[in-house]
Design a protein around this ligand. Structure first.
Ligand code: CA
Length: 422
């Protein structure tokens, strides 16, 4: 039975692949000409009860899927022959910190951001007053997501979400997003506006459909919501998203710090969060030499070193975590934080990034798995270099008498593999 199902699945996948190859040339311009496979057709029909319950009409539903085929060229799909561990589409996890936080790019976005801040100042101040969310952060998110609206994602959001809900690695999540996107169509949003990157996010700030349904708002007061053309609408929407995720009014995202010599990168991560006053007592200080204010000293923050010992260190405050809820990546949150500071008039990080090798995803994955076998609390074996991965590597390195750099490498992996399992 299982074998039959596997062969079925494989045959379907092969059929799909052929259908896609055959239809590729015409899909973009004439989706009605493409023939969906029976399997995909069954999947689409399985969506109908949920769509109907969400208030989507049969007409809207049928029009949304007419001639639609899955796009098997996008990343993060669960297909036979594709490696289980791949983050091909996510720059946050495949680039080094220094590449992701590209100085020339941040500089350029900073200069443009100051101009746009001026242009939209009245609306942004109003939004900030209403929601409490720092207007410099809002402009930075706009800059990061679509280079201030100059990037126009080319894909059809319904097709992307349908593909990810059909054969993605996180089907349930994208199924919910797909139903929300159908609801957006039902609300009268034209299909031609619903363009996205491969992950299905839309508008000037690249937001997911469920977020749109929950938080979209009329920011410029013209009686309509247009997150594609109105900067005030898009940024008011983003502000409400961040407010809903717990933004702390009047507080910074975080602080670049200098780590005192006896402490090290293995103190990194949310479980070691403590009031900034405690970090100061341990010898941490702001990298720019300014003192923390009395209010800041009371705030809780955790140490974050995205390049391990090979780059700047940060105390990540509550609003850093709110930005991470918006897009779950330390580098993304840092990019937004630094860009917002640049728009405010600041500049580069004080501590430079040293050159260091970005390990292969499979190396990170195997090291995580091995450390877990050795009894280290690895919550995720996902090949991504998050806070806990760096921290546990640091603790392992310290316990093993290795140089403590909190960074995954072949050297640490080989060392860990040579140890007897406890
Ligand atoms: Ca509006």
């Amino acid at each position: 039975m299982l074998l039959t199902r596997m062969i079925d699945g494989l045959a379907n996948a092969v059929c799909l692949a052929f259908a896609v190859i055959a239809a590729t040339a015409m899909i973009e311009s004439k989706p009605a000409n493409a023939r969906p496979s029976p399997d995909f057709h069954r999947f689409v029909e399985s969506l109908w009860p949920d769509a109907k319950a969400a208030g989507v009409s049969r007409n809207t539903f049928d029009a949304a899927f007419a001639g639609l085929t899955p796009d098997l060229s996008i990343p993060d799909l669960d297909l036979p022959g594709r490696p289980k561990v791949d983050n091909a589409g996510q720059a946050e996890f495949t680039k080094t910190a220094a590449d992701y936080l590209s100085k020339p790019y941040l500089e350029k976005l900073g200069v443009q951001g100051r101009r746009f801040m001026k242009e939209h100042e009245a609306a942004l101040k109003r939004i900030e007053k209403l929601t409490g969310v720092d207007r410099y952060i809002l402009v930075a998110i706009w800059g990061r997501e679509t280079a201030y609206g100059s990037y126009h994602p080319p894909k059809d959001a319904i097709r992307m979400l349908a593909t990810l809900a059909y054969t993605g690695k996180r089907k349930e999540r994208f199924r919910v997003e797909l139903i929300a996107a159908l609801k957006m169509l039902q609300m009268g949003i034209p299909r031609s506006d619903m363009k996205s990157s491969w992950a299905g996010a839309m508008g000037l700030t690249q937001a997911m459909p469920t977020e749109y349904l929950k938080y979209a708002t009329d920011g410029d007061g013209d009686g309509k919501i247009d997150i594609w053309r109105s900067v005030a609408d898009a940024l008011a929407f983003t502000a409400r998203q961040l407010q809903g995720k717990g933004w702390a009014r009047g507080e910074r995202w975080g602080f670049e710090v200098i780590v005192p010599p006896p402490s090290d990168c293995s103190l990194e991560g949310p479980p070691d969060a403590r009031p900034i006053a405690d970090w100061v007592r341990m010898g941490f200080r702001r990298a720019n030499g300014k003192p923390f204010t009395r209010n800041e000293l009371k705030q809780s923050a955790y140490l974050m070193m995205p390049g391990g010992a090979y780059g700047p260190a940060f105390l990540a405050a509550q609003n850093f975590q709110v930005i991470r809820l918006y897009n779950t990546s330390d580098l993304y949150a840092l990019f937004i934080g630094n860009l917002s500071d640049r728009i405010r008039g600041g500049g580069d990080f004080v501590t430079p990034w040293k050159s260091f090798a970005q390990p292969r995803t499979v190396t990170v994955h195997n090291l995580q798995a091995r450390l877990k076998e050795l009894g280290y609390p690895m919550d995720k074996i996902d090949g991504k270099i998050g806070s806990n991965t760096r921290k546990q590597i640091g603790l392992y390195e310290r316990a093993s008498g290795l140089t403590v750099d909190c960074w995954p490498s072949e050297v640490v992996l080989r060392h860990a593999q040579s140890q007897a399992t406890r």
